[in-house]
Design a protein around this ligand. Sequence first.
Ligand SMILES: *[C@@H]1O[C@H](CO)[C@@H](O)[C@H](O)[C@H]1NC(C)=O
Ligand SMILES: *[C@@H]1O[C@H](CO)[C@@H](O)[C@H](O)[C@H]1NC(C)=O
Ligand SMILES: *[C@@H]1O[C@H](CO)[C@@H](O)[C@H](O)[C@H]1NC(C)=O
Ligand SMILES: *[C@@H]1O[C@H](CO)[C@@H](O)[C@H](O)[C@H]1NC(C)=O
Ligand SMILES: *[C@@H]1O[C@H](CO)[C@@H](O)[C@H](O)[C@H]1NC(C)=O
Length: 269
Amino acid sequence: MPHKMSPFGAWGLPAALLTLCLYPGPAEMFEVHIHPEKLVLEPGGFAMINCSTSCAQPDNSGLETTLTKTLVGQGTQWKQYLVSNASQDTVVYCYFTCSGQQKLKDLNISMLYPPKQVLLKLKPTWVAVGGSFTIECWVPTVTVPLGSLTLTLFRGKEAMYNKTFNMMTLGPQEATVTHSAKAHKEDGRHNFSCQADLDLRSHGQNIIHSVSEPQMLVVYDLTPDNQMVVIITVVSVLLFLFVLSILLCFVFGQHWRQRRMGVYGVQGL
Ligand SMILES: *[C@@H]1O[C@H](CO)[C@@H](O)[C@H](O)[C@H]1NC(C)=O
Ligand SMILES: *[C@@H]1O[C@H](CO)[C@@H](O)[C@H](O)[C@H]1NC(C)=O
Ligand SMILES: *[C@@H]1O[C@H](CO)[C@@H](O)[C@H](O)[C@H]1NC(C)=O
Ligand SMILES: *[C@@H]1O[C@H](CO)[C@@H](O)[C@H](O)[C@H]1NC(C)=O
Ligand SMILES: *[C@@H]1O[C@H](CO)[C@@H](O)[C@H](O)[C@H]1NC(C)=O
């Protein structure tokens, strides 16, 4: 921890009296800022932290942390650090000493477990050209209560549909998108997939991508050629039945006439 110095150091009593007259207390003399204000890290991940102050000439400053830290840049009123090797939730402190008074600012670092699984389902998996089908994508266990999650549905490389969820308001339930589409002939030649993008740029991180397994749609085709074959078959069958029924009529007609003549023959005896 940073060491604590006497609040007014070299300035002594006059400065203390002046401060008491001008401000409610010495704590209001200068400010310490930490950027970003919220930070998430993947296990073993790294991030930049900028400690800055409103104090014109700070005497001393630094970053208190159990993480591995490297000073990567500094100015009179700021210091930038690279922190890395996080394995659990932790708190880091920026401190500045100004005119002998020290102030701290804390930053909570949370561990991030990105969406491990992105699941995709096509319903049905067999569809005729022009028929409708549904694409459903979901992330079963969303463990990050930060940032925004966008689920994008892809047909091959082309983005078809997307939806963004605010993770602060989503809660622990599933993030799901469902989209209906009409099957095109060429859909059978592309894989469908779903991409989950967790946007943590406001939390000192980048966008984290995860992609589902690709899924194929079987599209069967009733082209004009195929339709012609179907029409010819149906017409042939109908024609055959028609001819058959005429034939049967003729045969039964003959049979019936013979029986009637037979009956007359009996009556004639
Ligand atoms: C750190 O923050 C200070 C104050 O906001 C700013 O002036 C400085 O440029 C920042 N440094 C970097 C490297 O971003
Ligand atoms: C990273 O952290 C582990 C324990 O959390 C430690 O043993 C290791 O030395 C650290 N590595 C670096 C480069 O600081
Ligand atoms: C950090 O976390 C602690 C405990 O959860 C909380 O009291 C504190 O306000 C947090 N600090 C910041 C800067 O969010
Ligand atoms: C989401 O879709 C909208 C319009 O449909 C588009 O403007 C936007 O760029 C898409 N976002 C992503 C992340 O693909
Ligand atoms: C679709 O995905 C499967 C499984 O990953 C792969 O074998 C196949 O080559 C892909 N097809 C296309 C057109 O990308």
